[in-house]
Design a protein around this ligand. Structure first.
Ligand code: TYD
Ligand code: MG
Length: 464
C-alpha cells in the first residue's frame, strides 16, 4: 500500500522538504527537521504556509464580534471526585478539552487517572482508558487496588492511532485517558512512537476528534527528570491544560501542579500521598510537616505559599567539607540557581562562607517550592548547618526574599503565611518588614541571623 505523503519541516526556520535532511538546508541547524503529514494540496502548500507566504482562499471568515456581545455560558465541569485534582483543574475536567498530565515514570500518573476514571464511571459517565504500555491484565491488577468502580472502566490496549480514533468515534466516551501519548503510533509517519513528529500528530488528531465529539481527553506523558525526553513538552502549546505530577519515587508525597490552564489558575497545587490503596489527598500537610520537622542543626520551617494556599514545609541543609575541587551544590525541591544566589548573599552579607564545603538543601516531603519567599529559609538552614547549631526556638519558622544587597524583601500574602504558622503553634515567625502583626520583622539578613542563630560555641569551621 502506498504511504500517505509526509513532509519534513524545520522547527527553526520553517524550511520544508519531501526528504529528511540531518542538517537543514535552510538554516543549517542540525536535527531540526520534523516529519509531519502533508496537508491537502501537497508539500508545497504546507511549505508556503510555514514560511508565512500564500494567502488563504476559500469560505469567507465570520465577522469579528464585540467582546461584550460574545455569549459566555458557564463552563460545564466533570468532577473527577478527587478534590485536589478538581481544584488544580479549576473545578473539574471541561468537556472537549485536552489535558496533558506529565511526570516521570513510576510517579503515579496511571494510578491517578485510573482513580479519576473510576470515580467518573461510578458517577454514571461513560469512560475509556487506552493503555499503550500495559496489558488489560496489568491495568486490572492496579484497578483492584483502587476502588470498586475502577473496575467498571472499559480498557483498550492499543498503540495504533487509527484504532484508537475508531474506538473514540464509536464509543464517544465523556472522558478518555490515553496512557501514554508516547506509545501511540500514526502509521502515516515513519518516525518511531514518542518522536516529536509522532507525538504532535497523535495529539493533533485526537484533539480534532475530541473537540468535535466533546470528549474530555487526558493525555499522559512521560518526562524524565532532566527533561531529556522532551516528547510531551512539544504539546504544551496545543493542549488546554498542562499538569505536572512530581515527587520522589522513594517517598510517599506527590505534588500536582498546573503549568498551564486555559480554564483555571496556574497557581494551584494539590498534594497526595501514595498508599496501598492508591493516592490519598493530603489535606493537613502543614500539620504533618511541622510535626516531622527535626529541629536539628540545618532545619527550618518555611511558611510558603502553594498557589493560593499557605503551606508549612521543612527546609533542611547539610554543609560538609568537600573533597572536590568544585564542591557540590545539591538541591531537591528547589531551583539550583536560587541556592547559588543565596549562598553568595550569605557569604557576602551574612558572613557565613561555605567555600570548600559541599552544600545540600532539601525541601522535605517531595514538595517543590518555587517562590522567592524561600530565600530566607535556605539562608537560615545553611547557616545553622554550617555552624552546627539548631536555630533558636526550633522549629523556627520564616519566609522572605533576599535582595542582592543583603536586605530582606516583602513577599506576597504575609498574613496568610502568619496565620498558618500560628494555627500550627509557631508564634514567632521571622519575616520581612511590612509583613504585619505577629511577624518578627528583620530588615536584613544580618538581623535575621542575629535573631535566631545562637553565637557559635567554637569558631565556625565552615566560616571563610
Ligand atoms: P503508576 O501509577 O503506575 O506510575 P506511572 O503511571 O506514573 O508510571 O504507579 C507507580 C507506583 O505506585 C508503583 O511503583 C506502585 C505504586 N502504587 C502504590 O504504592 N499503591 C497503589 O495503590 C498503586 C496502584 C500503585
Ligand atoms: Mg503508567
Amino acid at each position: 500500500m502506498a504511504r500517505a505523503q509526509t513532509i519534513h519541516i524545520c522547527s527553526q526556520c520553517g524550511f520544508s522538504s519531501a526528504q529528511w535532511h540531518g542538517q537543514c538546508p535552510g538554516c543549517e541547524g542540525w536535527n531540526t527537521l520534523v516529519e509531519e503529514r502533508a496537508p491537502a494540496g501537497g508539500p508545497d502548500a504546507r511549505g508556503a504556509r510555514a514560511r508565512g507566504g500564500g494567502a488563504r482562499k476559500g469560505s469567507p471568515s465570520a465577522p469579528p464580534v464585540r467582546l461584550r456581545e460574545v455569549a459566555s455560558a458557564p463552563l460545564a465541569r466533570l468532577k473527577t471526585g478527587i478534590g485536589e485534582l478538581d481544584r488544580v483543574l479549576g473545578g473539574g475536567l471541561v468537556p472537549g478539552s485536552l489535558v496533558l498530565l506529565g511526570g516521570s515514570p513510576g510517579i503515579g500518573k496511571s494510578t491517578l487517572t485510573n482513580m479519576a476514571l473510576g470515580n467518573l464511571a461510578g458517577a454514571g459517565l461513560s469512560t475509556l482508558y487506552v493503555s499503550g504500555e500495559e496489558s488489560p491484565e496489568q491495568v486490572r491488577l492496579r484497578a483492584e487496588r483502587l476502588s470498586r468502580s475502577a473496575l467498571d472502566v472499559p480498557v483498550l490496549a492499543e498503540t495504533d492511532l487509527d484504532a484508537v480514533l475508531d474506538a473514540l468515534a464509536t464509543h464517544a466516551p465523556a472522558v478518555c485517558v490515553i496512557d501514554s501519548v508516547q506509545t501511540l503510533r500514526c502509521s502515516e509517519l515513519s518516525g518511531s512512537p514518542g518522536s516529536v513528529g509522532q507525538v504532535r500528530e497523535v495529539a493533533a488528531r485526537i484533539m480534532e476528534l475530541a473537540k468535535a465529539r466533546d470528549i474530555a481527553v487526558v493525555l499522559v506523558g512521560h518526562v524524565t527528570k532532566d527533561g531529556a525526553l522532551a516528547g510531551p513538552r512539544v504539546l504544551e502549546h496545543l493542549v488546554d491544560c498542562v499538569l505536572q505530577f512530581e515527587g520522589e519515587r522513594e517517598r510517599p508525597y506527590r505534588e500536582l501542579r498546573a503549568l498551564k490552564n486555559r480554564f483555571g489558575s496556574t497557581n494551584e497545587a494539590g498534594l497526595f500521598e501514595m498508599r496501598q490503596g492508591g493516592l490519598v489527598e493530603v489535606l493537613d500537610a502543614s500539620a504533618r510537616f511541622v510535626a516531622e520537622a527535626t529541629r536539628a542543626p540545618g532545619s527550618v520551617v518555611l511558611a510558603a505559599m502553594e498557589g493560593s494556599r499557605p503551606l508549612l514545609v521543612e527546609v533542611q541543609a547539610l554543609v560538609a567539607p568537600s573533597e572536590l575541587e568544585q564542591p557540590r551544590r545539591v538541591v531537591s525541591g528547589l531551583d539550583r540557581n536560587r541556592l547559588a544566589l543565596v549562598l553568595a548573599i550569605l557569604g557576602r552579607h551574612g558572613r557565613v562562607g561555605v567555600g570548600g564545603h559541599d552544600v545540600f538543601v532539601n525541601v522535605v516531603g517531595g514538595v517543590r517550592v518555587e517562590e522567592p519567599g524561600v530565600d530566607l529559609a535556605i539562608a537560615l538552614a545553611v547557616a545553622s548547618a554550617a555552624r552546627g547549631v539548631p536555630l533558636n526556638g526550633s522549629p523556627c519558622a520564616c519566609f522572605g526574599e533576599l535582595g542582592l544587597t543583603g536586605e530582606l524583601r516583602w513577599v506576597g500574602h504575609p498574613e496568610r503565611r502568619l496565620a498558618e504558622a500560628a494555627r500550627h503553634g509557631l508564634s514567632s515567625v521571622l519575616a520581612p518588614p511590612g509583613s504585619g502583626e505577629g511577624a518578627r520583622e528583620a530588615f536584613t539578613l544580618r538581623e535575621a541571623l542575629a535573631a535566631v542563630l545562637p553565637a557559635a560555641r567554637r569558631p565556625a569551621r565552615a566560616a571563610a
